[in-house]
Write a protein that binds this ligand. Structure first.
Ligand SMILES: Cc1ncc(C[n+]2csc(CCOP(=O)(O)OP(=O)(O)O)c2C)c(N)n1
Ligand SMILES: [Mg+2]
Length: 688
C-alpha cells in the first residue's frame, strides 16, 4: 500500500517524465520548467483547485492560467492525468478526454491536443492562450475583475453562486514584460484578493542567468503595488506551497504573489540550473540519468504508473466534483428564488444575448452637419449597456474623448469597493487593458475597451490573442484618421487599419455615419466567437439621408451599394470607408449631374464582405466595372484587391501632419475635386 508521500512523488514524477518524454519525442519544447514546477502544479491542482474534470467549463471553477506557456507540458500532463473532458464550441461535453496519452506522445505535432503552447478553444481545460510572455498574468487580472463583478451582481444572502479564485503561474519573462507590470498595478489598486500569481524564481531565462538583465527587487515592487508577497524557498516542499496557497485564500483586500525559488531542470545532473534546460530536449543519455535520479525506470517512456490517475481522481476529481454538485443544488435554489437572474447567468454562459438587447437603439435623422462616430458610439453603448446587464467596459484614461463612459443613472464605476460597476477605468495602460478585456471575455462577460486608434499598437498582442482565442472582445478605437488634426502625426493612424485587417478572425469596422455606427454595433453584439475593432471618427460626419441612399443595414454585409445613378448600371465605382464615405457621396452627386453613372460603395468592413457570397460581392462590385477609386485616410496597403491593378487609391503614403483638419484634407488630397479627377481618369482609362 503506497503512502501519501509515495503517491505525491509518484504523481509529480509522472508529470516530470511525461514532460521530458514528450519534449524528447518532439525533439523540441521546454523540459526544464515542467521538471521544476511539477510539485507546484501538482499541489495547486490536487490539493487546492476547485475544478471539475468532468465539466471543465463549470462557471464557478477556480481558474488556472499557465502564463509561462512554454511550460505547456505541465498543463497537458495534468489535463491528461485528471481525465479532464473535452467540450465543443457550443459548450457541450463531447464525451472524450481533452488530452489523451497519444496527444502527449504527439506533443507539438499537427492536430495534437498537446500543442506547443496552451491554446484556449483548441484544448478544453486551457483557460487562456499563453506563450507571449506576460499575457497570461495580465489576462488573469481580467478574470479576477470578472469574478468580483459576477459575485457582486448575482450573489444573494446564502446563495453564493460565484466565489472562485484565479491562479496564474509565471516566470521571469512574464515579470520582465511591461504588460505584467501594468496589470499588477491595476490589480493592486483594485485589491483583487481572489488573484494569486506564483512566480517561478529560477534566475534563468534563455540567455542565461537573470544576473545579466533582471536584478530588481521583485518582492519590493509588488509590495509597492499593494500586493501581499510570500516567499517559498523550496519548490519541492509541497506543504510550504500549500501553506502559502492557504495564506492567499485567507488574505483580504490584496492580491497575492508567491515567490517560489526553484531549480530549472530539477534532477538533471548536467543541466539543472542552466538555460540549457529551458528550451531543448535533454538528450537520451541525460534523460536516463534524470530518470535514475527520480527513481524512475530508465527505459520507460510515457509511463503513467498505477495509482496516479486514481490519486488525481481522489484529489481534484473528488473535490471539484463535490463542489460542482453542491453548486448545482445552490443554482437550483437560486433559480427558484431569482429566476430572472438565473436565466441571465445561463444566457451569459452560452454567449447568448438577452431578449430586447437591441431595444431603443437610436435612429439618427439626416443631418448635413452630422455627428462624430465616437458620439454615435457613446449613445449606442449607453443603450446597449442598459439592455445587456453583462456588457461593461471603459477606456485607457480617454473615456471623455472616446465617449465610452456609461452615463446613465446607476451605471457606476468598478472600484475596489464597488466591483459591480459598469465603467472600468484602466488607467493609461492600453496593453494590460487588452489582456484584461480578454480575461473578462473568457469569464463570459461582454467587455469593451477604448483608446485612440493610434494606440491600438500598444495593445496589439492582446488583440491578436483575442482573435486566436475566438473571443467576442470589443475594441473601440476613436480618432481614426487625420480628424484630430492639430495633434499631428504622432496621433494620426496610418498603417493601423491595414494591420488590424491583417489579423485573421478580427472583424474590423469603420462606419461612415451615425447610422452605420448603430448597425456596426448591432452586428458586433451578435458575434459569439470573434473579436471586433470599431474604428470611429473624432470629427462630425454628415448623417446621410437614408430615404435617398441605401439603408445602413447594409453594414451587416461588410459593403453595400450606398448610392447609384438613376437606373444603376455603374460606369465607375467609388469605394470609401468611415469619414471618406460622405466625400465619395459628394463626388458622386457631381458626377451624376454631368451624366456619369457612378456608384458609391460604403465598405465599413473588408472581412465581413469577404465572407459574403461571390454573387453578393459581384452585385456590389460588378467585375466588368473596372473604373474604380478607393478613398480612405490611411495607408493604401491592400486596396488594390478592390480597385484592381488599374484602379486608383486616394490614401496616405506618408505620415500625417499637425494642422487643422481642413488643411490636412487639402494637403493630402481628400477633396471632392481630387475624387472627381480620379474618377474621370478611371473612365478615360477604361474607355480608351
Ligand atoms: C513576449 C515574448 N517574448 C519572448 C518570448 C520567447 N521566450 C520564450 S521563453 C523565454 C524565456 C523566459 O524565461 P522565464 O520566463 O524565466 O522562463 P524559464 O526559462 O525560467 O522557464 C523567452 C524569451 C516569448 N515567448 N514571449
Ligand atoms: Mg526563469
Amino acid at each position: 500500500m503506497a503512502t501519501q508521500l509515495d503517491l505525491d512523488s509518484l504523481c509529480i514524477n509522472t508529470i516530470r517524465t511525461l514532460s521530458i518524454d514528450a519534449v524528447q519525442a518532439a525533439n523540441s519544447g521546454h523540459p526544464g520548467t515542467p521538471m521544476a514546477l511539477a510539485p507546484l502544479v501538482y499541489t495547486i491542482w490536487n490539493r487546492v483547485l476547485r475544478f471539475d474534470p468532468k465539466d471543465p467549463i463549470w462557471p464557478n471553477r477556480d481558474r488556472f492560467v499557465l502564463s509561462n506557456g512554454h511550460a505547456s507540458m505541465l498543463l497537458w500532463s495534468v489535463l491528461h492525468l485528471t481525465g479532464t473532458q473535452a467540450v465543443n464550441a457550443d459548450y457541450e461535453n463531447i464525451g472524450q478526454p481533452s488530452v489523451t496519452l497519444d496527444d502527449i506522445r504527439r506533443f507539438r505535432q499537427f492536430g495534437s491536443k498537446a500543442p506547443g503552447h496552451p491554446e484556449y478553444h483548441w484544448v478544453s481545460g486551457v483557460e487562456a492562450t499563453t506563450g507571449p510572455l506576460g499575457q497570461g498574468i495580465a489576462t488573469s487580472v481580467g478574470m479576477a475583475i470578472a469574478e468580483r463583478w459576477l459575485a457582486e451582481r448575482y450573489n444573494r444572502a446564502d446563495l453564493e453562486i460565484f466565489r472562485y479564485d484565479i491562479y496564474a503561474v509565471c516566470g521571469d519573462g512574464c515579470l520582465m514584460e511591461g504588460v505584467g507590470a501594468e496589470a499588477a498595478s491595476l490589480a493592486g489598486h483594485l485589491g483583487l484578493d481572489n488573484l494569486c500569481w506564483v512566480y517561478d524564481n529560477n534566475h534563468i531565462t534563455i540567455e542565461g542567468s537573470t544576473a545579466i538583465t533582471f536584478t530588481e527587487n521583485v518582492a519590493a515592487r509588488f509590495l509597492a503595488y499593494g500586493w501581499n508577497v510570500l516567499h517559498v524557498r523550496d519548490a519541492n516542499d509541497l506543504d510550504r506551497i500549500e501553506d502559502a496557497l492557504c495564506v492567499f485564500r485567507q488574505t483580504k483586500d490584496r492580491p497575492t504573489l508567491i515567490i517560489l525559488d526553484s531549480h530549472i531542470g530539477y534532477g538533471s545532473p548536467n543541466k539543472q540550473d542552466t538555460s540549457a534546460a529551458h528550451g531543448e530536449p535533454l538528450g537520451d543519455d541525460e534523460v536516463r540519468l534524470v530518470k535514475r535520479a527520480y527513481g524512475w525506470p530508465e527505459e520507460a517512456k510515457f509511463l503513467v504508473p498505477e495509482g496516479v490517475r486514481e490519486h488525481f481522481a481522489a484529489g481534484v476529481g473528488a473535490r471539484g466534483g463535490q463542489a460542482h454538485a453542491r453548486w448545482n443544488e445552490l443554482l437550483a435554489a437560486y433559480r427558484a428564488k431569482h429566476p430572472d437572474l438565473a436565466a441571465e447567468i445561463e444566457q451569459m454562459q452560452r454567449r447568448d444575448l438577452p431578449g430586447g438587447w437591441d431595444r431603443d437603439l437610436p435612429v439618427f435623422p439626416a443631418d448635413p452637419k452630422g455627428l462624430a462616430g465616437r458620439d454615435a458610439s457613446g449613445k449606442v453603448l449607453n443603450v446597449l449597456a442598459q439592455n445587456v446587464p453583462w456588457l461593461l467596459g471603459g477606456s485607457a484614461d480617454l473615456g471623455p474623448s472616446n465617449k465610452t463612459t456609461l452615463l446613465y443613472k446607476g451605471a457606476g464605476d468598478v472600484q475596489a469597493a464597488s466591483p459591480g460597476g459598469k465603467n472600468l477605468h484602466f488607467g493609461v495602460r492600453e496593453h494590460a487593458m487588452g489582456a484584461i478585456l480578454n480575461g473578462l471575455s473568457l469569464s463570459k462577460l461582454r467587455p469593451f475597451g477604448a483608446t485612440f486608434f493610434i494606440f491600438s499598437d500598444y495593445m496589439r498582442p492582446a488583440i491578436r490573442l483575442s482573435a486566436l482565442m475566438e473571443l467576442p472582445t470589443i475594441f473601440v478605437f476613436t480618432h481614426d484618421a487625420m480628424g484630430d488634426g492639430e495633434d499631428g502625426s504622432t496621433h494620426q493612424p496610418i498603417e493601423q487599419l491595414a494591420s488590424m485587417r491583417a489579423v485573421p478572425g478580427l472583424t474590423v469596422l469603420r462606419p461612415g455615419d451615425a447610422n452605420e455606427v448603430v448597425e456596426a454595433y448591432r452586428y458586433v453584439m451578435q458575434l459569439r466567437h470573434r473579436p471586433a475593432a470599431l474604428v470611429l471618427s473624432r470629427q462630425p460626419l454628415p448623417t446621410l439621408d437614408r430615404s435617398r441612399y441605401a439603408a445602413a443595414a447594409g453594414v451587416s454585409r461588410g459593403a453595400y451599394a450606398l448610392a447609384d445613378a438613376p437606373g444603376g448600371d455603374p460606369q465607375v465605382i467609388l469605394i470609401a470607408t468611415g469619414s471618406e464615405v460622405s466625400l465619395a457621396v459628394a463626388a458622386h452627386e457631381k458626377l451624376v449631374t454631368t451624366g456619369i453613372r457612378s456608384r458609391v460603395v460604403s465598405m465599413p468592413s473588408w472581412d465581413i464582405f469577404e465572407r459574403e457570397t461571390q454573387a453578393y460581392r459581384d452585385s456590389v462590385l460588378p467585375p466588368e466595372v473596372t473604373a474604380r477609386v478607393a478613398i480612405e485616410q490611411a495607408s493604401t496597403f491592400g486596396w488594390d484587391r478592390y480597385v484592381g491593378s488599374g484602379g486608383q487609391v486616394i490614401g496616405m503614403h506618408t505620415f500625417g501632419a499637425s494642422a487643422p483638419l481642413r488643411a490636412l484634407q487639402q494637403e493630402f488630397g481628400f477633396t471632392v475635386d481630387k475624387v472627381l479627377a480620379a474618377a474621370q481618369m478611371q473612365l478615360r482609362r477604361t474607355q480608351a
